[in-house]
Design a protein around this ligand. Structure first.
Ligand SMILES: Nc1ncnc2c1ncn2[C@@H]1O[C@H](COP(=O)(O)OP(=O)(O)OP(=O)(O)O)[C@@H](O)[C@H]1O
Ligand SMILES: [Zn+2]
Length: 496
C-alpha cells in the first residue's frame, strides 16, 4: 500500500497512514439543499467516491459520512418564494440529490447527518467554546473569537492581517456583523429574525451559523480525529479553516489528518455555481436538457469527463469536452462488453459469465500500472490510460474474431484481460450495465450491445465497407437479431 495524497494542510503529497491500520474514516461537506445539483457538485462527490472505492480495494474498511446542510439563507429564501416550509424545500432537494447522484454510480455514504438533527450537539459545542473563552454571546448571537486561536490560518496559509474583513462566509449578515468584537470573528449562533424558523437555545431563539455544523456533526458521528476531510477548494477558507478552529481548540487534536480539496468545474474559467447562473444540472445533462448538446448523455460519459482530469485541477465544462468523453466511453464500453458480445465465438471461459469480475493478481502488469497511477494522489487519467489500452487490445481481438473467425490470443488470455478491465473499471465506478432482459445463459445480446453493433454497421456502410457491414449483420443474425434497413436510411431491428 503506497498511496500518497495531497494534503492541503502541508501543501504536499504525503504517504497515507490512517489512524487505525484497517479502517479509514472520511467526512466530506455535503450540499446545501435548495436546488438540483450541478456538475460541480457531481465532480466533488465523484472524487470522494473514487477515493473511497480505491481505499476499499486497498483493503480498508471505509466509513464515509456526508452531511446535508438543511438550514441556510438560500433554503429559507426558496421556501418563502414557494410558500412552503424550509423542511419541504430540503426534503425535495435531498430526494433530487439521490435521484441524480446515484445515476452517476456514486455510492451512497454510510451516513447522511442533517443539521436540523444536530441542534443539541451544536449547542454543546458552542457552550464548550464559550466556557473556555473562545466564543462570546451578544444579544442572542454567539461569535467565535478568531484571535484566541493561535493556529488560525494554518490550512489556507493566510495570516489574519491579510484576511479580508467580513469574509465570514455565506451566513454573514451586515447588521449582525456590526456587533462583533473583532471583524474577523464569525457567527456560531444567530438570533432569530421575525418569521424565520428558529430553535430554542441557551442564547434564545435562533439558528446555527454554517461552519459550526460540520464540526458538530463530525464530533457527534465520527469522533475527535478523522482520517480524511474532503470538500471543494472553495471551502478551504473560511469554512474549513473555521471548522479546524472550532474543533481543535477544544480537543487539542487534529480534526482531520488529511485535508483533500477538489478543483472547481468551471465555465469559461469561472466556477460553475448556482449564484452565478452558469450551471448545468446533472439531470439536464443526463436527460438531454442541456442546450449545447440536447441529447441524453450517458452517465458513464460524464464520469469519464470528470475522471480524465485530476481531481485537484480545474475542469472546464465545454461541449467539445463532453462530446470527446461520449466518444471515449463508446471505446471503453465496447471493451467492457467484449465478453458479452463475443462469448459465443470464444465459448469455453466465456461460457458462464459471473455477475462480478474476478480480481486481477497483484502481479498483473496492467494492474500494477493502474495502481501506481492511483497511488500517486489519485491520478485517474493515468489509471484510465491503462483501461483504454486494455479496451483497445480487446477491440483488436474482437475485430479479428468478427473478420477472421478467430483471435490471436487464446480465449483464456482474453478472458483474463477482459476480467481485469471490468474489475479496474469498477474501481473507478465505470460500469456498462447489461440490460436485465439479457438472457446470459443462452447468450442473447442485450440492447446496448445491439445498438452499438448496429451503429458500427452503419458506419461501415457509410464507408462502403460492405464486408464488415455484412459480418455484423451475420453476427447479429446468429444471436437472433434481424436487421432491417429502412428506405430513409435508418436501421431497425427485432429479435427473430
Ligand atoms: N463548480 C464546482 N466545482 C467543483 N466543486 C464544487 C463546485 N460547486 C460546488 N462544489 C462543491 O460541492 C460541495 C457542495 O457545495 P454547496 O452545496 O456548498 O454548493 P455551493 O458551493 O454553494 O454551490 P452554488 O454556489 O452553486 O450553490 C462543496 O464541497 C463545494 O465545494
Ligand atoms: Zn463542512
Amino acid at each position: 500500500m503506497n498511496l500518497t495524497l495531497h494534503n492541503t494542510l502541508t501543501n504536499q503529497k504525503e504517504p497515507f497512514i490512517s489512524v487505525h491500520p484497517e479502517r479509514v474514516v472520511m467526512y466530506c461537506c455535503g450540499v446545501t439543499v435548495y436546488d438540483n445539483c450541478h456538475l460541480g457538485h457531481a465532480r466533488s462527490y465523484m472524487a470522494w467516491d473514487v477515493l473511497r472505492r480505491y481505499l476499499k480495494w486497498c483493503g480498508y474498511t471505509v466509513r464515509y459520512v456526508q452531511n446535508f446542510t438543511d438550514i441556510d439563507d438560500k433554503i429559507l429564501h426558496r421556501a418563502i418564494v414557494e410558500g412552503i416550509t424550509m423542511q419541504e424545500v430540503s426534503d425535495r432537494y435531498i430526494n433530487a440529490y439521490f435521484r441524480d447522484i446515484r445515476r452517476l454510480n456514486i455510492l451512497d455514504a454510510d451516513d447522511y447527518p442533517r443539521v436540523t438533527e444536530h441542534i443539541p450537539a451544536i449547542h454543546q459545542l458552542i457552550q464548550a467554546l464559550e466556557q473556555q473563552g473562545y466564543a462570546y454571546a451578544i444579544d442572542g448571537d454567539v461569535y467565535y473569537s478568531v484571535r484566541q486561536f493561535s493556529e488560525y490560518g494554518k490550512l489556507s496559509g493566510r495570516k489574519l492581517e491579510q484576511l479580508k474583513v467580513g469574509a465570514g462566509g455565506r451566513v454573514a449578515d451586515d447588521t449582525q456583523d456590526q456587533k462583533k468584537r473583532d471583524p474577523f470573528d464569525f457567527a456560531l449562533w444567530k438570533s432569530a429574525k421575525p418569521g424565520e424558523p428558529a430553535w430554542e437555545s441557551p442564547w434564545g431563539l435562533g439558528r446555527p451559523g454554517w461552519h459550526i455544523e460540520c464540526s458538530a456533526m463530525i464530533r457527534a458521528r465520527l469522533g475527535e480525529t478523522i482520517d480524511i476531510h474532503g470538500g471543494g477548494g472553495d471551502l478551504v477558507f473560511p469554512h474549513h479553516e473555521n471548522e479546524i478552529a472550532q474543533s481543535e481548540v477544544l480537543t487539542g487534536q487534529p480534526l482531520a489528518r488529511y485535508w483533500l480539496h477538489n478543483g472547481m468545474v468551471t465555465v469559461n474559467g469561472e466556477k460553475m455555481s448556482k449564484s452565478l447562473g452558469n450551471f448545468t444540472t446533472i439531470r439536464d445533462l443526463l436527460d438531454g436538457g442541456w442546450a449545447d448538446y440536447p441529447e441524453p448523455v450517458d452517465p458513464m460519459a460524464v464520469r469519464l469527463f470528470v475522471l480524465q482530469g485530476h481531481y485537484r485541477k480545474p475542469l472546464d465544462f465545454t461541449k467539445d469536452a463532453i462530446v470527446a468523453s461520449i466518444n471515449s466511453w463508446q471505446t471503453l464500453k465496447a471493451g467492457i462488453l467484449f465478453g458479452n458480445r463475443h462469448r459465443v465465438a470464444l465459448s469455453s471461459p466465456f461460457a458462464s459469465i459471473q455477475s462480478s469480475p474476478q480480481e486481477p493478481s497483484s502481479e498483473d502488469p496492467w494492474t500494477k500500472r493502474f495502481q501506481s497511477a492511483m497511488d500517486d494522489d489519485l491520478n485517474t487519467s493515468g489509471a484510465l490510460a491503462v483501461l483504454f489500452e486494455l479496451a483497445k487490445a480487446l477491440q483488436r481481438e474482437g475485430n479479428r474474431l468478427v473478420h477472421e473467425g478467430k483471435s490471436q490470443s487464446s480465449p483464456e488470455l482474453l478472458w483474463q484481460q477482459w476480467q481485469t478491465l471490468l474489475y479496474l473499471a469498477q474501481v473507478l465506478g465505470l460500469e456498462a450495465k447489461v440490460n436485465s432482459d439479457t438472457d446470459e445463459a443462452t447468450g442473447k445480446l442485450d440492447e446496448a450491445v445491439i445498438t452499438d453493433l448496429i451503429q458500427q454497421r452503419q458506419t461501415a456502410r457509410k464507408q462502403r465497407d460492405f464486408i464488415t457491414a455484412d459480418d455484423i449483420r451475420a453476427q447479429l443474425s446468429a444471436a437472433g437479431i434481424t436487421v432491417v434497413d429502412q428506405p430513409d436510411g435508418a436501421t431497425r431491428w427485432h429479435r427473430h
